[in-house]
Design a protein around this ligand. Structure first.
Ligand SMILES: [Zn+2]
Length: 399
């Protein structure tokens, strides 16, 4: 295990190695990979991982499979800033990775970090055994209860429903180039966990409890039913936010160089009445036009996502969409005018909105698709289900 230093009486990190820790168990089992500090001003995940690895050193329990702790943006962690040149969690596009391999002159601080992390992930996938779990720990600039953010695949949904936490679906429609979306598209269980507010000691404790429960849930660390329940209860810290699935339906994107300031005092998941002033931009005050539920209000200078609106997803929709996806109902879509497969791999469909304008986004969501604009009237919709490596997760303890 690599060592690293945490300054006394402070939660900042003096120096941290790429591999925070790695434990290979005595027996076969899953591969659990945690990332911390992909944003350099969010050291909670790194500190929590350091604590879990040092506690594991002192236990005599046999472990099953492998457990890795990987640090994200090393130079930014050292400087305690979100990033140096560009956001490391917004650049994970296959075409960018390819161009970096071809031409190293296009590198900056973060693309260098991306390449190093990419190599780490590749090595883990090549040397360790399935099933693989990838989890990225973050913290937020505003006050928040801990929560989970996932790309909407049935595999991700099923796994994250084991946590007593709110789960936010569909962030991939608004936020592109996230590392975990990239890994999720390779077919693995991969999602983000937000453990609390930056620099809040509770965010570290929450992340530690989250890691332990995950190690138990995946079967890496042996916990009996009682132990699992105990670890799960520790995560259940909120009595305000309901532990259910939510979806994002609106994002306030700050234009390059534009003025934006969130008004003080808003918390994540807060329900705001109609007509409430929530933020100020160059044109004036932003008021809510309806009653809204706020998500991730921005209280830091860096970052272009001002705030989001979310709503809870009724259980009935989750159920219907599960069966429609299992039946492969999307194969019927391409028989409709204006809709066709993007390639012979059938992982994505192209929708011409001039022809298929009768289609609401929510229908595509039900079937497992998330939209990206690909041209003026053209949308490309990626299906999470077709790439899922579901067979690798059969007979896991949480199924
Ligand atoms: Zn973050």
């Amino acid at each position: 295990m690599q060592s690293s230093l945490v300054k006394k009486n402070s939660r900042t990190i003096e120096s941290v190695q790429r591999v925070i820790g790695h434990v290979k168990g005595e027996f076969k089992g899953p591969t659990v990979v945690f990332f911390g500090g992909v944003h350099g001003n969010e050291p909670a995940g790194v500190v929590a991982l350091q604590r879990v690895f040092s506690a594991l050193k002192n236990t005599s329990s046999p472990c099953f499979g492998e457990f890795f702790g990987i640090a994200g943006n090393l130079p930014a962690l050292e400087k305690e800033i979100r990033f140096l040149d560009e956001d490391l969690n917004r650049i994970w596009f296959p075409h960018r990775l390819e161009s970096l391999h071809r031409d190293s002159s296009v590198q900056n601080a973060e693309t260098g970090e991306m390449l190093a992390l990419y190599q780490c992930i590749k090595d883990i996938l090549a040397t360790a055994s399935p099933p693989f779990y990838f989890i990225d720990i973050h913290t937020t600039s505003g006050e928040t209860e801990p929560f989970i953010v996932v790309n909407d695949s049935l595999l991700n949904r099923k796994f994250t429903s084991s946590y007593p936490l709110p789960v936010i679906l569909g962030i991939e429609e608004y936020l592109t180039g996230a590392m975990l979306s990239y890994i999720n598209e390779l077919g693995y269980v991969a999602f983000g966990y937000e453990s609390g507010k930056h620099k809040d000691p509770e965010a570290i404790t929450n992340a530690e409890n989250f890691i332990w429960y995950t190690l138990g849930l995946t079967g890496f660390y042996p916990l009996d039913a009682k132990g699992i329940d105990k670890a799960k209860a520790k995560l259940d810290v909120s009595n305000i936010t309901s532990k259910r699935f939510y979806e994002i339906y609106h994002q306030y994107l700050i234009k390059e160089g534009a003025y934006f300031k969130m008004l003080p005092g808003f918390e994540n998941f807060q329900i705001v009445p109609k007509g409430q002033a929530i933020a100020v931009n160059g044109k004036g005050t932003i008021l809510t036009r309806k009653k809204r539920q706020l998500f991730m209000p921005l209280y830091q200078k860096k970052g272009r996502e001002g705030f989001y609106f979310i709503r809870s997803v009724p259980k009935f929709f989750l159920w219907v969409s599960k069966y429609l996806r299992m039946l492969g109902a999307d194969t019927l879509l391409v028989a409709l005018p204006g809709i066709k497969w993007a390639s012979s791999k059938k992982e994505a469909i192209l929708v011409d909105r001039r022809i298929a304008r009768f289609f609401a986004k929510s229908i595509f969501h039900l079937l497992g698709y998330r939209t990206r604009q690909a041209g003026k009237n053209l949308f490309i919709l990626k299906n999470r289900e077709r790439s899922s490596r579901t067979w690798e997760y059969e007979n896991t303890p949480w199924q």
